[in-house]
Design a binder for this molecule. Structure first.
Ligand SMILES: Nc1ncnc2c1ncn2[C@@H]1O[C@H](COP(=O)(O)OP(=O)(O)O)[C@@H](O)[C@H]1O
Ligand SMILES: [Mg+2]
Length: 232
């Protein structure tokens, strides 16, 4: 696996221990605690953009790797790739290249966090849906299921494009991120129901930023989403 194309060296992003602890709790509640997933592939999504999907994928990747698992984080947000930035690397190879024949093994990058690997999105592609529906992508996911203990996929927002809906039926669980300051209950409800409609299995919600919190950086696990789904 490649260990190159790093713009500058880093060990990990500076996050406070309370933030790390919050992600540890989320991971433990949702998928690190036991063998409760049908497959070891997890999709992270949200209703709209900017709610904290990429941050969630990155931090969950780190806490999962710290438990001794081999973890791959995949940037399947081919429209607005961001995950590579969290690792300070270029986005010149990745998912978009595999339909053109690039080898997976050459696109997966070893991060500086032990046991944590990244599959960047790669250069923009005019038809992201075509990549997600492709045989190459299905083969890639099947391969990663065997190669890694956990695969965490970043994705575009559910209410803006169909990509997360395409991915939802083929993952073991979905982590749904809600921006407590911005996301309306109606938007969250519509996105959750669209995911459930295609048999997506939502394993938990992440409340990112408290509705009226004093501190902006707040993450918390929403064990069940029924209160949000319920009409008030
Ligand atoms: N809890 C938080 N507190 C403060 N800033 C946050 C928080 N979560 C995310 N951010 C910031 O908000 C922006 C959007 O987050 P990001 O994870 O990129 O969202 P998405 O992937 O859903 O578009 C980023 O600049 C990120 O650093
Ligand atoms: Mg993002």
């Amino acid at each position: 696996m490649a260990a190159r194309r790093r713009r500058k060296s880093h060990t990990s992003r500076n996050v406070s221990s309370s933030v790390t602890e919050s992600y540890q709790t989320i991971g433990a509640n949702m998928f690190l605690g036991g063998d409760n997933l049908d497959s070891n592939v997890i999709l992270v999504t949200s209703a709209t953009s900017g709610e904290g999907k990429t941050s969630t994928v990155y931090h969950l990747g780190i806490v999962a790797a710290q438990t001794g698992r081999n973890v791959l984080v995949v940037d399947a947000n081919l429209r607005r790739p961001q995950l590579h930035q969290m690792f300070y690397i270029e986005n010149d190879i990745g998912l978009s290249g595999i339909v053109g024949g690039e080898k997976w093994s050459e696109c997966i990058i070893k991060s500086e966090t032990p046991r944590l690997y990244l599959m960047p999105s790669g250069p923009a592609h005019e038809n992201p849906n075509m990549i997600l529906y492709s045989r190459e992508f299905t083969n890639f996911l099947e391969h990663c299921c065997r190669q890694f203990d956990l695969v965490i996929i970043d994705s575009p927002p559910v209410l803006e494009v169909s990509d997360a809906i395409i991915l939802a039926p083929s993952v073991g669980g979905i982590v749904f991120v809600i921006d407590g300051k911005r996301t309306s209950r109606a938007s969250a409800r519509r996105a959750i129901s669209a995911l459930r409609h295609v048999n997506g299995r939502i394993i938990g919600g992440v409340l990112n930023r408290k509705p009226k919190g004093q501190y902006d950086y707040h993450i918390e696990t929403l064990g069940e989403l029924q209160p949000i789904e319920r009409r008030s």
